[in-house]
Design a protein. Sequence first.
Length: 411
Amino acid sequence: MTTAHDPAVPADLASGTLTYPFHDWSQQLSPHYARLRETGPPLCPVVAEYTGDRLWLVTRYATAVQVLEDPRLSSADAMASGSPRQEPVELRAPGTRGNGVALLKEAGLRAVFADGLGPRAVRRHHEWIRERADTLMHELVQRRDTFDLAREFALPLARETASRFLLGPLGADEGEQLIRWADLSLRFCGATAEQMVAAFTDMHQYFLTHARRLADAPGEHLLKTVATTTGAGRLSDADLAEVAELFLVAGYPTSSGFLCGALITLLRHPEAVMALHRDPALVPAAVEELLRHTPLSTGAARRRATEDVQVDGMTIKAGDVVLVSMEAVNHDPEAFEEPDAFLLGRQGPAHFGFGRGLHFCPGNRLARCLIDAMVRTVARHPGLRLAVEPEEIRWHEGLFFRRPQTIPASW
Ligand code: HEM
């Protein structure tokens, strides 16, 4: 990939020395995003800190729409072995495909997968999710001391939902172990490359042994649905293990991290919580504004050009990888007025919380259901408070999906 020598381009972009990711592990987005959006070209050249690969970074809403809607910019190619990448290691156990979505498609199970995450499936679990959120919160506020909304509310809610809806009945120890592997493998730093690869390998070994048992266990979960559908495809044990890995890594760190971040956003806006308390009809708008406002990923979605592609007057050469930061796009002032404000009555274009185009998050309904349950529970408890200043909250460093270590709160 080559960079034009335009005098208007910031020096670190022109010299190709700006490294990515930006190490913004807390909710505070790196100022680099705003600077690149305002002064950089539509596609900003960056160097991947952990691989040295040269990549393009997109931070503007209008450019992101073009990139994510263009089928010549391929997600599967970006995930393939040997592709330029932002992560320190390839996101797969050695010898595996590492792309459960492609595997489901090739097995003829794409529609089954989409239906299994669709509105009817989510409705079946909806009441349970709301009741579980209420029960967890009720137990906390009864105690009237300081509690941890991450460990005692958001994480168990996300973990139990992933078990009930996605993977099947996991024991508490099993669930904890899977989460440790996910945390170890889905990160930019804070573990060695050997530890990350070992975590992928251990997770894969676990699912090779247990995915079929989980799929056969009682309950109405997605792993069972894809494993027992006859017709177009029947997944081998090795394929089923990869699909289970997909459900875990796509479904749990995202939901748990996002619930934590969204809780903090709400508690930083007591006036919004009071408005939601008075008028629960505002909850769906609050869910969408949380998805726009609350940053989750510390990296970016990636696509690889299958041929030369023109975007905003620049050429992405065949084989180049483009990164799109959903967080930067969601805070683009060209698309959203006062982008850093949390506004329940916001009007504006669709947010990028679940992405856009061909790879729009298929888990969005389940995720929205979880966030909705969390918002309703918080709105019923308008006395809920952070027990520390927001700046004092400590965040896990290096994770792909932001998550605080604790959310100290009181009632
Ligand atoms: C708050 C929670 C969640 C958020 C914010 C979120 C966000 C996203 C985003 C932004 C993408 C697009 C990535 C891209 O364009 O490359 C995506 C893709 C995906 N998400 Fe989610 N997600 C969440 C929860 C879930 C859940 C619960 C599942 C359930 C399995 C899930 C499964 C997937 C899958 C399989 C993809 C890849 C789709 C594809 O490549 O075609 N997500 N998600």
